[in-house]
Write a protein that binds this ligand. Sequence first.
Ligand SMILES: [Zn+2]
Length: 229
Amino acid sequence: MSVLHTILNTFFPSTCVGCGEVLVGNENQLCVSCLSQLPATHFSATPDNEAERMLIGKIPFVAVSAMLQFQHGNKTQRIIHSMKFHGNSDLCLLMGRQMGLDLARSGRFDDIDLLLPVPLHWIRHLKRGYNQSELLCRGMSEVLGVPINTTALKRVRYTRKQSQQQRDKRQTNVENAFRTMHPEQLKNKHILLVDDVMTTGATLTSCCDALANVYSLRISIATLSIATY
Ligand SMILES: [Zn+2]
């Protein structure tokens, strides 16, 4: 740790995103207590879980996981908020690594060829400075050793934020928002589509509609969280 870093840390100590307590030792972003008490769903190891039941009939998936429960005011909401609205790219990478460990332990996601982040429209990408789902993929890739593809699927339409939409308007909001630009990159592959939050599954369904023309493609899905309100 540099001298400057030590001085800054003395006067402006880093605090836990989950509980606000000062971080100590090797803690990064989340204190040990918060990290061990995140509201896990255990979907990764559970076939026919709540996320799979939400998407069945809409997406021809192999397996679906959403790692954490997202509720108003819980630690997951604070994590997602920090990732998306406070420019906390380090937290995205950390949560991506957690997702990677979770999937590796489950054994249901062992033959994934490519990680595909749900793309942001370039205007939103420019505003935020990064795509949080792409950073989740980078963290996952470190753990799983699976490459990331950010060129095959594009967001071609600028849409309102899904979090600001009523549940019944979400599907219309993202309809035809995505397009497959390079189907040949995905041919015969088993891809893992990655996003931060699953609420109605509308964004994921729209991505899969755009991927429907890819020859012999198998799709699994992993999101950091699932909103259960
Ligand atoms: Zn904490």
